[in-house]
Write a protein that binds this ligand. Structure first.
Ligand code: PLP
Length: 391
């Protein structure tokens, strides 16, 4: 009989060595407490718009409970291609360039595994979404984390890239609008990055899951630039702007060779995304513009409020142009960001995520999600003000 220690020794070393997500650890502490105001979760507080839910129920009523094509329903892939073309000006063929995935999470995993061989380096920028580094390691690649700088508003620069590239670099993974900083890029920033990718012959993975959620200026996608469509896997999904996290729906757009490579993994691992979620997503693409506009207007009010409150308290906050996170600089209080977050939770029952959950350069910051009601945000800010007064 195996005891727990010998069972653990059988687990693949890569998996054993990767730490658990800092967010998950933190939320286990949060869930053990009552009456907490959470600014922690990166999940819309809105219910999925009713007509999208209705499309899923209708599909269920009609007995649509089968597998779909591995690539996803053609009607959905057509809708996705139209949507992406409208946003970026770039057309993709629904037949062999659009793949429906189980969330952007699966898309990221497929893209990395389709490209990365042992020892290949993947550049990505930190602070970053928590899954990037582990996904690269699961594929036996080498994650190369570029530490973006608060002085640059956590925007990735050409110089950052040049300092980290090597002859082993194969892939560049981008995420703007960014989780956790809320940073966005200008067209000029994106042009610099594209020129770098072309010069070094890199494949670009661009996670644009927050592209609908920019508040001051429109998002500009790297695929819109000359020479990028042919070297880029564009990743997007329904979780955030459509408030559909539980549907687990995402998609990739990429040249046929790359789509086929991802599809090979997808067909043996996932087979296809759930049909009810796919049916709901067809409706989401057809009729949700007004819902997105409504939610976005609400996020904008909250963004303005949370940013102004931090500034009034003397806590500098990276101006969040996009996504639904405020990244606040609490370094002057003489604690690590984890200590700050734990003490805030302990003394005022407000949960936020320590910046270090997103990489080393998140030290000194806390991430506060404003995907929660304005009333809750107001109360949380009162408590944070009370908390720092006592420090
Ligand atoms: N990419 C980023 C930047 C995210 O913030 C998230 C979720 O928080 C994901 C991907 C995963 O999204 P999905 O629900 O589509 O798997």
């Amino acid at each position: 009989m195996n005891d727990s220690k010998s069972l653990r020794s059988k687990i693949a070393k890569t998996v054993r060595d990767i730490p658990r997500s800092g967010i998950r650890d933190f939320f286990e502490i949060v869930s053990s407490r009552e009456d907490v105001i959470s600014l922690g979760i990166g999940e819309p507080d809105f219910a999925t718009p009713w007509h999208i839910r209705e499309a899923a129920s209708l599909a269920l009523d009609r007995g649509m409970t089968s597998y779909t094509s591995n690539m996803g329903l053609l009607s959905l892939r057509r809708g996705i291609a139209q949507y992406v073309e409208k946003k970026t000006g770039i057309g993709y063929r629904p037949e062999d360039e659009v793949l429906v995935t189980v969330g952007v999470s699966e898309g990221l995993d497929l893209a990395v595994r389709a490209l990365v061989e042992p020892g290949d380096e993947v550049l990505y920028h930190e602070p970053s979404y928590v899954s990037y580094n582990p996904l690269i390691q699961f594929a036996y690649g080498v994650p190369v984390a570029i530490q973006t700088k608060k002085e640059n508003g956590f925007r990735l620069t050409r110089q950052d890239l040049e300092e980290n590239v090597s002859d082993k670099t194969k892939v560049l993974l981008l995420n703007y609008p960014n989780n956790p900083t809320g940073a966005t890029l200008s067209k000029e920033d994106v042009e610099d990055i594209a020129a770098f990718a072309i010069e070094h012959d890199l494949i670009v993975l661009t996670d644009e899951i927050y592209d609908e959620l920019t508040y001051d200026k429109e998002h500009f996608s790297i695929i819109s630039l000359p020479g990028m469509r042919e070297r880029t896997i564009y990743l997007h999904g329904f979780s955030k702007a459509w408030a559909m996290t539980g549907f687990r729906m995402g998609f990739t757009c990429a040249p046929p060779e790359l789509t086929e490579a991802m599809m090979k993994i997808h067909q043996y691992t996932m087979l296809c995304a759930p049909i009810l979620s796919q049916e709901a997503s067809v409706e989401a693409l057809k009729n949700a513009e007004a819902d997105i506009a409504y939610m976005k207007a609400e996020y904008k009010k909250r963004r303005n409020y949370i940013h102004a409150s931090f500034e009034e308290m003397g806590i500098p906050c990276i101006y969040p142009d996009g996504a639904f996170y405020a990244f606040a600089d609490v370094s002057k209080f003489g604690m690590t960001s984890k200590e700050f977050a734990l003490k805030l939770l302990d003394e005022q029952n407000v949960a936020c995520v320590p910046g270090t959950a997103f990489g080393a350069c998140g030290e000194g910051f806390i991430r506060c999600s404003y995907a929660t009601s304005l009333d809750e945000i107001k109360e949380a800010m009162v408590r944070i003000a009370r908390f720092i007064e006592k420090l």
